[in-house]
Design a protein around this ligand. Structure first.
Ligand code: NAD
Length: 294
């Protein structure tokens, strides 16, 4: 049993923390929202009065917060309050620069850290099947792995500080671009009189094959479990896709990497969001391409 502080008990954090409790760990939680604390209590967490109190006796601190500025602010608050040698795991999706700043901040107080963003969404968080992409020193990763296990389907050590965040935004840039490509192909096929099933049957076994087509097909029918069959209910909301595409663009500009299709995908998702698509699944971009959302 390990004593764990869990900070950020929202849509992802609460079910993740619940899986740590189920695995037999002693988990103390903190969040700014009273209703999230009430849910956490039902999951068997102890609730702390503030973030500093949550971490004071912890061996491990897990954070699941909205963005880089929240992670850096919380780390500034709690790093001095934790016992030296505490392991910090940040599973939020944040910019690489803030992730590296967070690593440096805790190192200054004698702690070790791993950036460990996830894919798999709220379903994966509840089922304990998230993919964790980890960045940090070998020793920190080795300590983090058994803690992540009850929340994970897969755990990959991607490299040093910030490498987990880098892997996450590169993967999601591929996803955003490929979803637009698949959606465009269905819209073109419709105009050419091609049935959705015929295009799917060909492309899913040809060189157009990809996850956006075969697992998350953006038109109803060919893949019954895809959000297209459920009114584009997320799933993975278009607002979160936009967040990740913006992070990828920020990183690309900082690193001087040419990503013209990533930039175009970010613009299309920004328009889709601006026109009210943010709360729908990201595969709903097909409706935007058809001009149904104006
Ligand atoms: P959320 O908004 O539901 O939860 C974030 C929580 O952080 C909120 O409960 C908020 O009150 C809390 N918080 C903010 N500032 C705080 C502070 N200073 N102290 C304590 N608590 C604070 O968001 P979410 O959907 O759980 O996502 C969390 C992170 O996971 C984000 O970075 C997101 O991009 C990433 N993510 C989300 C999904 C998803 O499907 N929801 C999938 C993969 C990754």
């Amino acid at each position: 049993m390990t004593t764990i502080a869990f900070i950020g008990l929202g849509n992802m954090g609460n079910p993740m923390a619940a899986n740590l409790v189920k695995a037999g760990h002693c988990v103390t939680g903190f969040d700014l929202m009273a209703e999230n604390l009430a849910t956490a209590r039902e999951h068997g967490l102890s609730i702390a009065a503030d973030a500093r109190e949550a971490v004071k006796d912890a061996d491990v601190v897990v954070t699941m917060l909205p963005a880089g500025k929240h992670v850096v602010a919380v780390y500034e608050e709690i790093a001095p309050a934790a016992r030296p040698g505490t392991l910090f795991i940040d599973s939020s999706t944040i910019d690489v620069e803030s992730a590296r700043k967070a690593h440096a901040l805790v190192a200054d107080h004698g702690h070790v850290s791993v950036d460990a963003p996830v894919s798999g969404g709220t379903g994966g968080a509840a089922a304990g099947t998230l993919t964790f992409m980890c960045g940090g020193a070998e020793g920190a990763f080795t300590r983090a792995e058994p803690i992540l296990q009850p929340m994970a389907g897969r755990i990959v050590h991607c490299g040093g500080a910030g490498a987990g965040q880098a892997a996450k935004i590169c993967n999601n840039m591929i996803l955003g671009i490929s979803m637009i490509g698949v959606a465009e192909a269905f819209v073109l096929g419709e105009k050419l009189g091609l049935s959705h099933q015929a295009l799917f049957d060909v492309a899913s076994t040809s060189s157009g094959q990809c996850w956006s087509l075969t697992t998350y097909c953006p038109v109803p029918g060919p893949v019954p479990t895809s959000p297209a069959n459920n009114g584009y209910k997320p799933g993975f909301a278009a607002a979160l896709m936009l967040k990740d595409l913006k992070l990828a663009q920020e990183a690309a500009q900082g690193a001087g990497a040419p990503t013209p299709l990533g930039a175009e995908a970010a613009q299309l998702y920004a328009l889709f969001n601006a026109q009210g698509g943010g709360g729908t699944d990201f595969s709903g971009i097909v409706e935007f391409l058809r001009g149904k959302i104006a």
